[in-house]
Design a protein around this ligand. Sequence first.
Ligand code: C5P
Length: 221
Amino acid sequence: RDVAVLVPAAGLGLRLGGGTPKALRELAGEPLLVHACRRVAQAPSVAMIVVAAPPAEVDAVRALVPGATVVPGGATRQESVAAALSAVPATIDIVLVHDAARALTPPDLVEAVAAAVRSGLPAVVPALPVVDTVKRVDTADRVLETVDRTPLRIIQTPQGFPRQTLLAAHAQATDDHTDDAGLVERLGHQVHTVPGSDLALKITRPLDLLIATALLTAHPE
Ligand code: C5P
């Protein structure tokens, strides 16, 4: 077991028992964060899960995911990832950054990303082909061109890196980033893709919740 999985869940939207917190929005009676961590923990390579929680909610999140290490998050997503990263011991070589909203991500995808990093790649992201026709428009919504979708990919999480590479990327980062592979890309490293999964969809809109509920029935645990 040589993998740590970081889950930044310290966003301002996160409030236990109120509002519509993204990571704590419920799917089949359990918070998305709980679903996500359960599946990640089933991946044989995973040694630890580190959740960045809102500083005031650390104890509450700890109670929800007792198997995880819970740390106080920062003011931005990037600071929350950095806070989680500092809880990873030097004995761990591979670090994955995962989105709690991708609650049904299968353990197999976690393993595939980890294995690709273990094989020597500096950055690995799950990717899916674009199935819809894509057009570029101007500010008045008039079509400028139809884009060739063949080389386009939808990127999911977990995104995987050697621990040192992610540390270096965060040490150099200036502005806030929602995409850790983008930070590593800016360091000049080649980012690689592995095939993504329909189960790793980001559950944000009401439609996603409906789809996820159906997927959960088809793919329990
Ligand atoms: O708000 P936004 O969509 O950018 O958040 C993306 C993810 O980053 C969410 O899971 C959120 O909980 C997390 N985040 C964080 N710490 C922050 C802000 C956002 O962990 N300070």
